[in-house]
Each structure stands twice: as structure tokens, then as C-alpha cells.
Design a protein around this ligand. Structure first.
Ligand code: ARG
Length: 585
């Protein structure tokens, strides 16, 4: 028997195969094998209950028949028991644990295993997507961090992933910015801090163009000129985008993000007219007070709350471009799934967008991709209100990551004062940024989360520093003894785990695949964070109880194998979350 990357899949398949011998209508039976809670073995099948309910059978009796029909290879590999009203519990025997440890010796092997059970086709992830001519602030953190982790998880699971940065680079604001730029740009300031200068100009523009003013009219004319392709205005606008992208790329570099495409709202400028036409002809969109809108009569709110897809002044808006974007993603990229990693305050927009696209695609006979709003809550300060600077401004992402690195430097210097300064700086960059990423990912994304420096940059608790420190510590075990964790030192000659500490650690390691499945299916990276945290806890328990470098070569070999695999799973898992790891800390 060859080890499944996620043993739950193997058990699931065996239960499915055994079902015809156990009860009626077996094709309706879904075993639902999942990682078990503590004291219920390693994996648990919950699906018998629903099956028994459907067939009006006694669930325990049905579970017993099912277990009796399992093939010997599963009954040998697992200790099988029936718990509660009819749950089936599977506890892996030591040889299966060893088999898994030997079958997945490298990141490549893990990836092959994960991809074997993953989804196919193309997924587009729409994330980060800041508006240009402004700096990214703390409100832009979550989409970038969560989006990147999801991309990595999906790609590891075998999907083709396309990362698309849907920049907010179009709209009325640019008329105002051009208006202010032409009057008040300070060339010296622009050279020294381009994005800061654009922000300053934009603030001036807003103040100088109150409703009803001649200045506002002039700003509008600038916008019309831009939209009509006036060379001067187009060149200015291009420059705004370039300045912005240069600024964003610094942040993306720190967060390990590289987009495949940066198709901002402006890209769809010439594609919205076709959308108006299609939706009008299909009878989905109607004119209302000069605007083009879509109502959804079947929806309690959207039957009266319009989805405005063209403004009354004829201009395109956020909805127009998002509709054109879906069509482009299907027609050009053949997207099977599109994920929008966007603040949950935009829930209505996406719900209306998806309802509209569904009706439109049905009429047009186009394949509708899976459309999902991957929402998230706000970042709150320690006072429970949205995080702001002392002056009440949005915290700039750049400053936030710099502060994280400074704080991590203090942590590292306290822990390891003898390391050379340059090395401590390098470590601090990884720990600092990683702490911010991890604190965000470790929360259920749908809730708001409290940004607390002291909890986030700490060696205790479910933090990046705690996990990165475990990684560095395992590296040092190998390094101090001139051993290579990815070579034969941790390898084939090892026997199955024996002591309580070895067994607990091995049991946790084999659940990596199920943790990945859970995080990817639910699009919730916190499942993987929790797993890595618990794995690190098991490793500490094992390492405290069982000396690794003992003289007995058999004991030593199996303990080194466990150390090497813990290292591999931690490094792979942290990397899938978007973090870099260290060999020393
Ligand atoms: N630029 C938008 C904002 O800052 C986010 C865009 C999200 N993506 C999308 N396709 N609507 O709110």
C-alpha cells in the first residue's frame, strides 16, 4: 500500500468501496472523513449518521456492518472503533505513520501528494487592488496577505492560479488630481517623494473643488480630456500609475507577492460599452433616472436597491468595470473560478455583481465560473476602533512594516545578543514582516482583528516568531552535528515511532494534508496556522521527552527522521502562508 498524502482520502475511498456491502443506497453515502478531535483517534468518519437517518436504520449497527466490510489493508493500518451514536474512529498504527514519513521526504514530494487530491482548472485571484496615486495603508494589508496565502495554497493543491491586481486607476478623482497637478506641482518634492507629492496634490484638489464651483467644472473638463485621449492628460495619468506601482512594488517585495497581471479598472475602459449593450438587450438592465441599473426582483433588498452599472452622467463606475472584468477573465483566461479578496463592507456590491453575471451568462450561453467574495474584517487598534495614527490618519503600510522590523530587531537582539549586527538585521526583517503576515492569517478572516504589537511580535503563543524559532532550532540540531536534514541522515533506515512523544509527533505530521485541504477548501488560512502551531507544540513535547542524538543508531535514526519531517512541514507550511523562514535565529 502506498501512503496517501492525506490519509483521510484513503480511508474515505475504502469506506465508499465498503458501503454496498453494508446498507441500501450506498451511492448516497458520503463518509466525511476528517481529522479527529483529541481522544477520537486520528481521523473520524461522520457520514454514517446522515446515511442511517435517510434509510431509517440504526446508525451504530450500520457503522458496524461498514467496518466489517473494510478491506484488510485498512484494518491492518488503523485501529478502528465505533464511538458515540455511530462515528467511526481510525487510529493509525506505527507502520503507517512510518510509511507516510518515508513517502514524503521533500517539498516536491509533498506538492505531488497535495496536487493529487486537488482541484483542477484555472482560478483567478483578485487581491490587493489598491487605488493609485495614494500610498497603501493598513486597510490594504489583509487583502494582500490573505490573497497571497490563498494563491500559494491553491497552486500547491494543483490548480492553475492567476494573480491579478485590479488596480483602482480610473475615475473622477483623476480629473481633480490633474487639475491640481497642473497648478501646484512642486517638482523638487515630486522627485524626492513622488507618491507623497501626489497625495498632497490630491488633498489640495479636493479642498479647491467644492460642489458647484468653477474649479470643479474645470476638474471635470480635465477628466473628459483624459477620457478622450488628450496626450498631455494621458501622459500625466500614466505617470501617476507608474509612480504608484513603484511604491506598491516595494511593499509587494516585502510580502513576497508577484502579480501575473496588473489589469486595473482603466484596462476595461473600452470594454464597458459592450456590457451595457448585452445587458440591455437581454432585458437585465433598465434605464432609471438617466442611469443604467439592474434590479433583482427575487432578492429582498436588491429588488428595490439598484445595482448601478452606468452613472446618469454616462460614466462607467466600479460595477461596469467589474462586469467587463468577469467577461474578460472567462473569454481570455478561461477562468473556472474567480476569487475576490476584498473587505466585507463590499458584500452588497459582490452579491449584486454575481447575481447580475449569473443572469447575463445564462442568457448569453456562456459558462459561468465560480464567483466568490473572500471577505475579511477590519484591522482594529487596541482601543477596538479602526487602527489610526495618533494624529488620526490611516497608518501607512510602509511605516507599519518598518516598525514591525524594528520591534523584531529588539526581540532578536534580546534573545541572541552575540549574533553580528548585520545578521540580526536580516533576521529582524524576516521575523518582523512574518509576524504581521502571520497575525493576520492566524485569525478567522471574517472577523475584525485587533492589531497588538506585543502579542504579535513575541516568542510565546501562536505567533510567527514562535514557529520561526522552532524551525531555526531544528536546523541547529542538524548543523551542530554536521548532518543534513534533507539527506540520508534522516532517512530510509529509520524504524517506526515508538515512544509516546514520537507517536504524538508522527500522528500530527500525517495530518498536514488534511490541514491543507481544510484551509484550501474553506479559503481560510487560519486552519493551517493552527495546525502549524499545534505541530510545533508536539515537537516541543517530543524534544523535551526524547533525546535525539543518542548512541543507539536505531533510536537516533527514527528521531532524526521525525526532526527532519517536522522541519520540512513547518517550512513548507510557513512558505505557503507567504512567510520566509530562517536557519538561525
Ligand atoms: N480598488 C478597490 C478598493 O480599493 C478594490 C478592488 C477589488 N477588486 C474588484 N474586482 N472589485 O476598494
Amino acid at each position: 500500500m502506498s501512503a496517501s498524502f492525506n490519509p483521510a482520502d484513503d480511508i474515505e475511498a475504502a469506506l465508499k468501496a465498503a458501503a454496498p456491502a453494508a446498507g441500501p443506497n450506498p451511492s448516497d453515502f458520503t463518509p466525511e472523513v476528517r481529522t479527529a478531535g483529541p481522544a477520537h483517534g486520528d481521523f473520524q468518519a461522520n457520514g454514517v449518521l446522515a446515511w442511517a437517518r435517510r434509510e431509517k436504520l440504526q446508525p451504530r449497527a450500520l457503522a458496524e456492518k461498514l467496518v466489517a466490510a473494510l478491506p484488510p489493508r485498512i484494518r491492518d493500518a488503523y485501529e478502528v472503533s465505533i464511538g458515540g451514536p455511530g462515528f467511526i474512529n481510525f487510529t493509525a498504527q506505527p507502520p503507517v505513520l512510518l510509511e507516510w514519513l518515508l513517502a514524503f521526504p521533500s517539498r516536491a514530494a509533498l506538492a505531488t501528494g497535495a496536487a493529487g487530491t486537488g482541484r483542477h482548472g484555472t482560478s483567478i485571484v483578485d487581491y490587493s487592488a489598491p487605488n493609485t496615486a495614494k500610498q497603501m495603508h493598513v486597510g490594504h494589508l489583509r487583502s494582500a496577505v490573505i490573497g497571497e496565502a490563498l494563491c500559494r495554497l491553491m497552486a500547491f493543491g494543483g490548480e492553475t492560479v492567476i494573480r491579478d491586481n485590479h488596480l483602482g486607476d480610473w475615475g473622477t478623482g483623476f480629473g481633480k488630481l490633474i487639475f491640481a497637478y497642473k497648478r501646484w506641482v512642486d517638482p523638487v518634492a515630486l522627485a524626492a517623494g513622488p507618491i507623497e507629492e501626489l497625495e498632497r496634490l490630491y488633498k489640495l484638489a479636493v479642498a479647491a473643488t467644492p460642489d458647484g464651483s468653477a474649479e470643479l467644472e474645470e476638474a471635470r473638463r480635465e477628466l473628459v480630456r483624459l477620457q478622450a485621449g488628450d496626450p498631455e492628460n494621458v501622459a500625466l495619468w500614466r505617470n501617476f500609475t507608474e509612480i504608484s506601482l513603484r511604491e506598491f512594488d516595494r511593499i509587494y517585495g516585502k510580502l513576497g507577492i508577484r502579480f501575473d497581471h496588473t489589469l486595473g479598472e482603466s484596462f476595461y475602459n473600452d470594454k464597458v460599452a459592450a456590457v451595457y449593450r448585452a445587458l440591455t438587450e437581454a432585458g437585465i438592465a433598465v434605464e432609471s433616472e438617466g442611469a443604467l441599473v439592474v434590479f433583482h426582483p427575487e432578492h429582498p433588498r436588491f429588488k428595490t436597491q439598484p445595482f448601478i452599472i452606468r452613472k446618469s452622467d454616462g460614466a462607467a463606475n466600479y460595477a461596469s468595470t467589474d462586469l467587463a472584468t468577469i467577461l474578460h477573465r472567462v473569454a481570455h483566461f478561461h477562468a473556472n473560478r474567480i476569487y475576490y479578496v476584498v473587505d466585507k463592507r463590499q458584500a452588497d456590491h459582490f452579491e449584486q455583481l454575481f447575481l447580475t453575471a449569473k443572469k447575463w451568462f445564462a442568457k448569453a450561453g456562456l459558462p459561468l465560473p465560480v464567483l466568490a467574495h473572500v471577505d475579511f474584517g477590519s484591522v482594529l487598534g487596541e482601543n477596538g476602533k479602526p487602527l489610526k495614527t495618533r494624529e488620526g490618519e490611516n497608518v501607512r503600510l510602509k511605516d507599519l512594516l518598518d516598525e514591525a522590523t524594528e520591534r523584531a530587531y529588539a526581540l532578536v537582539s534580546g534573545k541572541n545578543p552575540d549574533l553580528p549586527e548585520t545578521e540580526r538585521r536580516e533576521i529582524a526583517a524576516v521575523v518582523g514582516v512574518g509576524s504581521v503576515q502571520y497575525a493576520d492569517l492566524a485569525q478567522n478572516r471574517s472577523s475584525d482583528y485587533l492589531f497588538a504589537w506585543d502579542k504579535m511580535i513575541s516568542l510565546d503563543g501562536n505567533t510567527a516568531a514562535y514557529l520561526l524559532y522552532a524551525v531555526a532550532r531544528i536546523h541547529s540540531i542538524f548543523r551542530r552535528n554536521n548532518l543534513d536534514p534533507s539527506g540520508p541522515d534522516a532517512g530510509p533506515q529509520a524504524g517506526a515511532p515508538e515512544t509516546a512523544g514520537e507517536l504524538a509527533l508522527a500522528r500530527k505530521l500525517v495530518k498536514f494534508g488534511d490541514a491543507l485541504r481544510q484551509a484550501t477548501d474553506a479559503l481560510r488560512p487560519h486552519f493551517l496556522c493552527l495546525y502549524l502551531y499545534e505541530l510545533t507544540g508536539e515537537f516541543s513535547g517530543f524534544y523535551t521527552a526524547d533525546k535525539v542524538l543518542v548512541d543507539d543508531p536505531a533510536v537516533r535514526a527514527r528521531r532524526l527522521l521525525l526532526c527532519a519531517r517536522t522541519l520540512l512541514v513547518l517550512e513548507t507550511g510557513l512558505n505557503l502562508l507567504g512567510l520566509r523562514t530562517l536557519t538561525r535565529m
